[in-house]
Design a protein around this ligand. Sequence first.
Ligand SMILES: Cc1ncc(COP(=O)(O)O)c(C=O)c1O
Length: 386
Amino acid sequence: MEFQSRTQAIQISGIRKFSELVAKYPDALSLTIGQPHLPTPEHIRIAAQEAIAQGDTGYTPNRGTLALREAAAAYYRRLVGLDYDPETEILVTVGATHALDVAMRTLVQPGDEVIIPAPAYPGYEGIVKLLGAQVVYVDTRQDGLLLTPEALRRAISPRTRMVILASPVNPTGVVYPLERLQALAEVLADTKVWVISDEIYCELQFTGHLQSVALLPGMRERTIVIHGLSKSHSMTGWRIGFAFAPAHVAAEMAKVVQYGVSCASSISQRAALAALTEGACDARPMRDLYRHNRDLVVAAFTAMEIPLVRPDGAFYAFPAFALALGDTSENIAHRLLAEAGVAVVPGDAFSAYGEGHVRLSYACDPEVLREALRRIEAFVAKERRA
Ligand SMILES: Cc1ncc(COP(=O)(O)O)c(C=O)c1O
């Protein structure tokens, strides 16, 4: 049977493949998961129950309820300092994944190029390819896992339509400092390149002010900011995201939302409203815990003398584990699972430029993490003796 050629050209993400494999090792400790380990805060779950009890179960406007968009505007103004008009510049989407999809469907044509600093979250590539456009990965491994202005300038061609920036970054946890964003914005100033700024992990940044490329002079008009509640409020299953975009772009995007999904779930929108209006402190305990876990991971890899760029946000670390042990990411991840009972994601799941690394998620109980790190240390010691 023939399938649509662009669908045939994409693969199920390596993260999913690996977490399915982990299920075959019931005693393994899994550091693969890309979601907070704590449940959605209770006040949010209650708000959803109330929505159901009150019969708030119909379609909402395509862009999401005005109440939620107003709450999102106030939240993002307070958090990042960005100002968006809830009537015309904000869309509620089915998770950040959908916001990314809608933004790219609205702006990217077949044959366009989309620049993605790599290693990168694999969700971007699939969308670009489904649109018949081309991913241009820029390897950041020699540059502290951050895109440099020189590398961005080199990657831009007459066909470049967009660059996707994220901070904190999945899979590395690195955070773009303001000066670097300014330097990248300067490169973009002379071009017509659009920016997607994926800020889904911003509430889980451990230090410093939250930055957004959209805050820089001239950038708001060419940037679509993506956010969502999956990580900040432990709401991965509720599927609520946001796109913040200039009004004329948001108007086009609203059409794509209409024909794709009509609207996000009314019940999830009520839950999200509670998250944004009464949940200003919800992310704090997670952030504190993940910062503590980050310190455990950094200390362990430093002691093992395995190179690791210190993550300053999200809940991932991306050590050059395979490189240090002289094996491929795929092999070392399989062996770590089979021989040490610890599951991590091979770095090449995040593009070919993740090769040599593995991704650890430390969104877990510190005791689980400590035991997993002990097992990794024992594995490394054995490898080095062999
Ligand atoms: C960088 C990044 N962007 C977007 C998403 C999608 O999140 P959502 O659950 O809101 O669709 C993820 C999820 O892992 C992510 O890591």
